[in-house]
Design a protein around this ligand. Structure first.
Ligand SMILES: O=P(O)(O)OC[C@H]1O[C@](O)(CO)[C@@H](O)[C@@H]1O
Length: 578
């Protein structure tokens, strides 16, 4: 991929001031009590309120971190050194913020009203991104409505009951987390959604298990429409439809979302069923675009629109709120504190909500593909750590797997707790209120336990009170000690509905942009994943018998290291194909 040559010269504040700001953060963490949290509460009864920011019903509590006023000032000094304010302006002005791909970053236009006036720089000059997105959204809506109304039907005249969404990475994770969040525990979905991402015959079998091709609409989502996994899965789905219903059924059963109309046309999808978006939408930010078509198909247009509205509310807040009251900025700064002042190398996302069970997977891509970078925009190596490794599971499940390490492991892992106060006001009968209270109790208890820990004296006293011998106390007490002072942030809102879901995901998207700006990196490219793709393309012909190699670019056989060569030979020998 060669970026077009239309971008302005790269501009970035010189790193000197940033170096000083990072050094200041480290120095603050190295103060005698610089990493402790409990003394901050002891010293300031108003700490919780002072370190909680709010947008309507959504609150972000940063008080259970070691960030004090001095640390906050140092973090904002870093933001100033990195010109966060200017970055935010350039982002919303549609400048080519994604400098290495010479692209604007304008996924906000996908959720903005048509007349929001959001423009994006393109190879052909600035375009009205919000108007473009709205026009495509209207086309999507027409298809969704006609499927739901039974006007658009399968080739045999039957109504669609299922949608199979094919895509990978950003063309899968975002749509999947949103669809799951809005359908888990409900019985009112308009179509049953199924997802196929991995290039694995088992995944295909699993995704199509029990599906009737005559009643299945297939949506292929791929920004580039060249991704190997998606191409192979789309071809398999096409064969599945054609075998059952004949070649002519493809027009009725397929729709696509892509920026590459030519490749989609070559695949043979009816042009009226192809929905476009522009290169100013990054893959991991594309669930709001036609890539997310499966979402309204599954939950209805009204909910999809409400999700967009929630994200747009967060966009406006991020764009307009002063930095010190700005939720994505504060969440981003907390992460900077943990990564660059405390040296934490990982970060845990715990949503106490089964419906958000795929959120960590989506955020892994949003955060790690965006900010897993080692050079600044100038190409110079960064002089500080960038994105931590993210992981997570729904609470309370996580408590019974990896939380042991978070409480007592040798490294500090900051946690984001995410919780809705109300399990779902639109249908209280579906929720056992006592179960939701138990979820909440666990979320609050975990955060408190991480911070308070358990001192040895308390454990010894408790064991003694229960009649344990001194030898037992000596042997066991050290193992039960939890040092505490482990940081967490808590995101709490009224209810997980489409609006709050959109707002939540957009909060993290902008957090990532904030951090990328402070680290001085390009958060919107992903060159690192290219090499593996190229090498896989080269190895595939080597694993394929000559008779089946048609269509695979044979190319000259590459020299591998001896390990890779031996593994390829062994793979073929185990299959009896040498
Ligand atoms: O939507 P596409 O073009 O099929 O790409 C899928 C995914 O692959 C990646 O390029 C990474 O390999 C992601 O950035 C993207 O979300």
């Amino acid at each position: 991929m060669h970026p077009p040559a239309y971008t302005p010269a790269m501009t970035q504040p010189p790193p000197t001031a940033r170096h000083a700001a990072f050094a200041r953060l480290k120095a603050l963490a190295d103060r005698p009590d610089g990493r402790r949290i409990t003394p901050l509460f002891a010293a300031d009864p108003g700490r919780a309120a002072r370190f909680t920011a709010q947008l309507d019903d959504l609150s972000l509590d940063l008080s259970k971190t070691a960030i004090d006023e001095a640390a906050l000032d140092a973090l904002f000094a870093l933001a100033e050194a990195a010109d966060l304010d200017g970055f935010r302006r350039r982002l919303f002005a549609g400048d080519a913020i994604n400098q290495t791909e010479r692209r604007a970053v304008m996924h906000m236009a996908l959720r903005a009203p048509a007349d929001a006036g959001l423009r994006a720089m393109t190879a052909h000059g600035a375009e009205d991104a919000a108007a473009f997105a709205a026009a495509e959204r209207d086309r999507m809506r027409r298809l969704v409505d006609s499927v739901h109304a039974g006007d658009a039907r399968g080739a045999t005249g039957q109504r669609f009951t299922d949608v199979l969404a094919i895509g990978i990475g950003g063309s899968d994770l975002g749509p999947r987390v949103a669809t799951e969040a809005l359908t888990i525990g409900r019985r009112d979905q308009t179509l049953n959604a199924h997802f196929l991402s991995n290039v694995d015959g088992n995944a295909f079998l699993e995704a199509t298990r029990g599906l009737d091709p005559a009643r299945t609409l297939v949506v292929v989502a791929s920004k580039t429409f060249t991704t190997q996994e998606t191409s192979m899965n789309a071809a398999a789905a096409r064969a599945w439809i054609v075998t059952a219903l004949g070649e002519t059924a493809v027009a009725a059963h397929f729709a696509a979302a892509s920026t590459n109309r030519t490749a989609v046309a070559a695949f043979g999808i009816e042009p009226s069923r192809v929905f476009a978006f522009q290169d100013w939408v990054g893959g991991r930010y594309s669930l709001w675009s036609p890539v997310g078509l499966v979402i309204p198909l599954a939950v209805g247009w009204k909910k999809f629109q409400s999700m967009l509205d929630g994200a747009w509310a967060m966009d406006c807040h991020f764009r307009d709120a002063p930095l010190r009251q700005n939720l994505p900025v504060l969440l981003g700064l907390a992460g900077i504190w943990h990564t660059n002042a405390l040296g934490c190398a990982s970060h845990c996302i715990l949503a106490y909500d089964e419906r958000l069970r795929r959120l960590p997977a989506h955020l892994q891509q949003v955060e790690m593909e965006s900010n897993g970078k080692h050079v600044m925009l100038s190409g110079e190596p960064v002089g500080w750590d960038t994105c931590p490794a993210l992981f997570g599971e729904p609470g309370t499940n996580a408590q019974h797997s990896f939380m042991q390490l978070v409480h007592q492991g040798s490294r500090v892992v900051p946690v984001d707790f995410i919780l809705a106060a109300d399990p779902g006001p639109d249908r209280p009968e579906a929720h056992r209120p006592e179960a939701h209270r138990a979820l909440a109790a666990n979320a609050f208890a975990q955060a408190e336990a991480l911070m308070r820990g358990r001192p040895e004296a308390e454990i010894r006293a408790e064991m003694a009170a229960r009649g344990a011998s001194l030898a037992d106390i000596d042997a066991i007490a050290p193992h039960r000690v939890a040092a505490g002072e482990r940081p967490s942030t808590t995101i709490l809102f009224r209810a997980l509905d489409p609006f709050s879901l959109g707002r939540l995901i957009a909060l993290y998207e902008h957090k990532v942009a904030v951090q990328g700006c402070l680290w001085g990196i390009d958060s919107f490219d992903q060159w690192g994943v290219e090499l593996g793709k190229q090498l896989a393309g080269g190895i595939l012909p080597e694993l394929t018998p000559a008779a089946e190699r048609q269509g695979l670019s044979a190319g000259p056989r590459r020299e591998h290291d001896s390990s890779t060569t031996a593994l390829i030979d062994r793979f073929l020998s185990l299959r009896g194909e040498t």
